[in-house]
Design a protein around this ligand. Structure first.
Ligand code: HXC
Length: 277
């Protein structure tokens, strides 16, 4: 289904598009014909990424420096992007996170994460959404969340709070804006290693391995698996999906949830004993 012109004519803005999942998505979407704009805080990274992706795909990409925590800058930047024509899709990908015990955080540390994940995402969604609604132009907001948006998770509490709010926003606005042609969806990826996230979230190689293999498929996700899902959700084939969160984690969160999942550790002898009982 991933024909080369699948996303022809779609103009997509990706926050945090210079690195990691955002960059990978940009590359895949460009290869499928989308016109991409990436934004982020580090202009040198954005410029380099844009050059590399242009060379790799032959597609169209622009970049603009933006800290999504700055609401005025968000509105101004989105306005400038719109001057060249309306966007069709916003991918809320930019995030901030680190592994820390909650009691060790200052209020500024809480804000550092929540201001990016929750406020920044809301500012971006607002800036694009009000332009779509005003013009009667169809729009799609795809937000990258995580499974702990609904399970919660220890040691990443500000991120949990932000991502839970983004998922709540997605479901709420899907109903509020759906009748006027603006859809909102989310993706909850499991372990897809990227340099930035892995460095911030795992202190040691052996612990990274625990994280990477604790899901039922015992492997990390391949980035193509994630970018193909993004491409599908952005395509016209997925036009009836609204207010949904698609989990792509190899079954990771379910493995952590089921009450008897611990029984994966039982041996053949244990199973024989259970059968006898
Ligand atoms: C405790 C910390 C901390 C840490 C920063 N702080 N890092 N506290 N543990 N590891 C505190 C600082 O001491 C300071 O508080 C406050 O937070 C602000 O710190 P700054 O460095 O000034 O903040 P800033 O420059 O705004 O940086 C934001 C950031 C940073 C979130 C802290 O890590 C960042 O820019 N990250 C962006 C990219 C990112 O995180 N990507 C990974 C996303 S992964 P005081 O009180 O000292 O002033 C992700 C995936 C989740 O979201 C799901 C995985 C499956």
């Amino acid at each position: 289904m991933f024909v080369p012109d699948l996303l022809q004519g779609k103009r997509v803005l990706i926050t945090g598009g210079g690195t990691g999942i955002g960059r990978n998505a940009a590359e895949r979407l460009m290869a499928l014909g989308a016109e991409v704009v990436i934004c982020g805080r580090r202009t040198d990274v954005l410029e380099k990424t844009a050059e590399e992706l242009r060379a790799a795909t032959g597609g169209t990409i622009a970049w603009t420096g933006l800290d999504i925590r700055d609401a005025d800058a968000v509105d101004e930047t989105v306005g400038k992007i719109w001057d060249d024509g309306p966007l069709d899709v916003l991918i809320n990908n930019a995030a901030g996170n680190f592994l820390a015990r909650f009691e060790d955080l200052s209020h500024r540390a809480v804000d550092a994460v929540v201001n990016i994940v929750l406020h920044g995402t809301a500012y971006m969604t607002l800036a694009c959404g009000k332009r779509w609604l005003r013009a009667g132009h169809p729009g799609h907001v795809l937000s990258i969340v995580t499974t702990y948006a609904w399970t919660g998770s220890a040691y990443v509490v500000p991120s949990v709070m932000g991502k839970a709010a983004v998922l709540a926003m997605t479901r709420s606005l899907a109903v509020e804006w759906g009748p006027r042609g603006v859809r909102l969806n989310a993706i909850a990826p499991g372990p897809f290693p990227t340099e930035g996230a892995w460095r911030r979230l795992t202190p040691r190689e052996d612990l990274a391995q625990v994280w990477e293999t604790r899901n039922p498929l015992r492997r990390v996700g391949e980035h193509a698996e994630l970018t193909n899902l993004i491409a599908y959700l952005l395509s016209d084939a997925a036009g009836y999906i609204n207010g949904e969160v698609v989990t792509i984690d190899g079954g990771e969160w379910l493995a952590g949830a089921g009450q008897f999942n611990w029984a994966s550790a039982l041996t053949e002898d244990d199973w024989a004993e259970m059968a006898k009982r």
